[in-house]
Write a protein that binds this ligand. Structure first.
Ligand SMILES: C[S@@+](CC[C@H](N)C(=O)[O-])C[C@H]1O[C@@H](n2cnc3c(N)ncnc32)[C@H](O)[C@@H]1O
Length: 373
């Protein structure tokens, strides 16, 4: 069965996600703000959930249309083939969002879509009451400028939940964003990576997963595995293939430092859970002590912003210290994410590249320094 899939992502990561989608065999790839849409065989749902590092979830598109009234919304929703994926006793809750559209009341749209799905399924199954006791099929909708898209979520918990980070420090980076930064930094199988503000270790772990070609979803399960629509054996086969693709010979190694002993311990534990513990060394250290002696080091970090952690004055002092301990040297590259607009002045050097990224709701820049001589 040929399907259309839609993966939302963090703003700024669309082109990276589109590249990942092409790599797993997605066809007819289209990029728009905060999402990538593509087509493929139903079995692509497995690869998308297992392999996409920067996608927030994988949604199966049931249909798209224009609607400016509740009648138009109902009449077109009722035409969608819900019965292909929703059985007689399955639960099918509805949630979504609406933006810049005539249909702006989310609760009203939610109830219209639910009514239309019920009507469609009543007709298909010849029943008038749904117990909804089976595995949930989450119906999701988006309405943007009167364009409605109705989807089924195949992932369940967001794909950033890789299964390795049960605990985190106060201001952790989302795994999907950390994976995007590791991609922008071109972390490879033989890279040496350092994070001097490692917190719960997200950047180091995502860099390691990428370098060793470990599928980010290998340690978890996905909502649609319970649907019985894709054979269990296909999931097993893809998981086994993913295990075989791990690059165990990769020379990748990393080191994480943090001033906080608990954070250092957390990085260690999370790296073990992610199966990359042996690749990541950790130590408690202040940024002032950083000595990045090795050549070809890639430094990735998310220093305190002066918003959630420390105040602005303290964070500026940290950025000044970073400028003194991060040496200019052949092959070294630095990727620093912060919302601070004056970062470059404090650090003492203009970045080779700035890229807008969002960390949670915070508008940040990824300051990239490379080809340093
Ligand atoms: C924004 S958090 C990093 C979060 C991390 N990227 C993650 O995903 O969990 C900043 C970290 O910097 C650490 N830190 C603060 N001041 C520091 C200093 N002077 N030297 C080293 N680490 C410091 C904090 O303990 C905190 O864990």
């Amino acid at each position: 069965m040929r399907v259309e899939l839609c993966c939302p992502c963090m703003f700024g990561l669309e082109s990276i996600l589109a590249f990942e989608v092409k790599k797993i065999g997605g066809e007819d790839v289209r990029v728009s703000d905060g999402k990538v849409t593509f087509c493929g065989d139903l079995s692509l749902v497995i690869k998308a959930n297992l392999w996409l590092r920067t996608a927030e979830r994988v949604q199966l598109v049931l249909g798209s249309f224009t609607a400016k009234s509740f009648t138009e919304l109902f009449d077109q929703t009722v035409e969608l083939p819900f019965e292909q994926f929703i059985g007689k006793s399955d639960a099918f809750p509805v949630k979504g969002w609406a933006l810049n559209s005539q249909l702006h009341s989310v609760p009203d749209c939610q109830s219209i879509i639910k009514k239309a799905a019920v009507k469609r399924l009543e007709k298909c199954y010849g029943v008038s009451w749904f117990q909804e006791t089976g595995a949930p099929r989450q119906i999701m909708f988006s309405i943007l400028k009167d364009e409605v898209t109705i989807m089924l979520d195949t992932s369940g918990p967001g794909l950033h939940k890789r299964g390795y980070r049960q605990n985190s420090t106060e201001a952790p980076l989302k795994e999907t964003l950390a994976a995007g930064i590791a991609d922008l930094a071109r972390v490879k199988a033989d890279s040496f990576v350092c994070d001097p503000f490692c917190g719960s270790g997200t950047l180091l772990i995502e860099a390691a997963l990428r370098a060793l070609n470990i599928a980010p979803g290998i340690r978890r399960h996905f909502a649609c595995e319970k649907w019985g629509v894709i054979p269990e054996q296909d999931w097993k086969t893809e998981r086994e293939a993913a295990m075989d693709l791990i690059d165990r010979q990769a020379k990748f190694s990393a080191v994480g430092y943090d001033i906080d002993a608990d954070a250092v311990e957390l990085t260690k534990q999370n790296a073990m859970k992610a199966g990359v513990g042996v690749r990541i060394k950790t130590a408690q250290a202040d940024i002032k002590q950083l000595n990045l002696s090795g050549e070809n080091a890639i430094l990735l970090c998310n220093p305190p912003y002066g918003e959630r952690l420390l105040d602005k004055k303290q964070s500026m002092e940290i950025y000044r210290t970073m400028g003194t301990v991060m040496p200019v040297g052949l092959g070294k590259s630095y990727y620093i994410i912060t919302p601070c607009e004056e970062f470059e002045q404090a650090f003492g050097r203009k970045a080779n590249k700035r890229r807008k990224l969002f960390n949670g709701g915070i508008r940040c820049q990824l300051y990239s320094y490379f080809n340093l001589r």
